[in-house]
Design a protein around this ligand. Sequence first.
Ligand SMILES: Cc1cc2nc3c(=O)[nH]c(=O)nc-3n(C[C@H](O)[C@H](O)[C@H](O)COP(=O)(O)OP(=O)(O)OC[C@H]3O[C@@H](n4cnc5c(N)ncnc54)[C@H](O)[C@@H]3O)c2cc1C
Length: 275
Amino acid sequence: MNFAYEKPRTFDALLAVLSEHGSRACLLAGGTDLLVRLRARTMSTELVIDVKGVEDLHVVDHRSDGSIVLGAAVVANRIVDDQRFRPAHQGLAQAASQIATYAIRNRATLAGNIANASPCADSVPPLCVMGAEVEVASVRGVRRLKLPDYIKGVRNTARRPDELISFVRIPPLGKGTRTFFRKHQRVRGHDLALANAALLHDPENQGLRLAIGACSPAPVVLDLHDLFGFLDAEEAAKRAMAAITPITDVRASAEYRIDMTGVLVRRLFADLKAA
Ligand SMILES: Cc1cc2nc3c(=O)[nH]c(=O)nc-3n(C[C@H](O)[C@H](O)[C@H](O)COP(=O)(O)OP(=O)(O)OC[C@H]3O[C@@H](n4cnc5c(N)ncnc54)[C@H](O)[C@@H]3O)c2cc1C
């Protein structure tokens, strides 16, 4: 397959080339999803635009107000290796550490994981419970979307053809917040999730949130603040199992996914109680 390749060195140049080519182009970050699809010819493009040439997009900025800004070129292993993601943001570090293999995590970006809009993307549930926003930019300006609103369905996002994810923004979390991630897969080692889930517990704001992945076209986020006082794992599991709409595929049946979601939720509550 023939396509042109461009690697702009400034953010403005990146936006300009994307604006010029729009839907005839596609963005490349780590390439761990994109190159697989291009090689398999399940998609085609006239131009691949590499975002990694823009230095600003490699930033991991832990701000003094407690918020975190992650550039679109930040790879999973940088989250895993950065101790500042513990304990409050531990759920994201746990998820990042379970994406594929070590070598792939050196290439795979969080932005690519989100933009790919695969239901089993591991970074998405923890980012959802933390209230993360996706910043999308184009020559027309910038807009921010809450993560669940950015993902519309399988391989379907709110991104317009001339836009790219520039940054992922995690807001300040309440004092004492803990987050946890769990994933169920067919085999030990690396495999895509047949169900994954994240839990946030925020004692300062009495917040309790759960997000489930791989069991619906888009992530399912549940506000469980009414369970904050009791930490009722059984009730949380019941609600999660009722909220998801899994499919049967090569990895698991819908019934198994529902059962495993219940198991993951109970394990997340056990993690919280043990912390
Ligand atoms: C063997 C293997 C195992 C894997 N295992 C897992 C796993 O366990 N868990 C998991 O979650 N994923 C897994 N993946 C999928 C993949 O590694 C991740 O989704 C990864 O985070 C994608 O990031 P990337 O930087 O490689 O994205 P790319 O492949 O570069 O891009 C992915 C998609 O996002 C678009 N895109 C990239 N950057 C932007 C941007 N800034 N703005 C808008 N759109 C953009 C691209 O055009 C493309 O459509 C696996 C992949 C492989 C090959």
